[in-house]
Design a binder for this molecule. Structure first.
Ligand code: FES
Length: 140
């Protein structure tokens, strides 16, 4: 797995998974079926991908479909994502800014190679800017 801008080994086109997280615009790429499970959400969920590449996607319940903090809007690649089950749909009903393309990042699983774009809603981004500690450069 590689950052899109720092590829070392080419990934076969028919096995390439490319996920862009907006609004940050961060794109990550990996070969389908090779991503190690990071134990956050379902394997190959957007949360799992985010955790593997250190992309911040909040997940207050740890990826067990018990909150809505991992809410994302799927902007591209919907056909390659698992269908939402009843538990996810019930939980999404409680999400702020719900749209037709809303999914829980911990439950929406990438099922095939392809390009995917998800946007993290503003309220979650606000949390990022307000709630996450800044990384300060060491001056020693
Ligand atoms: S992290 Fe809580 S529902 Fe996804």
């Amino acid at each position: 797995m590689t950052e899109a801008s720092n590829e070392k080994k080419p990934i076969p086109a028919d096995k390439l998974v490319r996920v862009t997280f907006e609004p940050e615009g961060r794109t990550v790429e990996f070969e389908f079926g090779t991503l190690p499970y990071d134990h956050h959400g379902k394997p190959m969920s957007f949360l799992d991908v985010a955790e593997n590449f250190d992309v911040f996607l909040d997940h207050a319940c740890g990826g067990s479909c018990a909150c809505t903090t991992c809410h994302v809007w799927v902007k591209q690649g919907e056909a390659g994502i698992s269908e939402a089950d009843d538990d996810e749909l019930d939980r999404l009903d409680m999400a702020a800014d719900q749209q037709l393309n809303s999914r829980l990042g911990c439950q929406a699983v990438i099922t095939q190679p392809g390009s995917y774009v998800v946007e993290i809603p503003r309220w979650n981004r606000n949390y990022v800017s307000e709630g996450k500690p800044l990384t300060l450069a060491e001056n020693k």
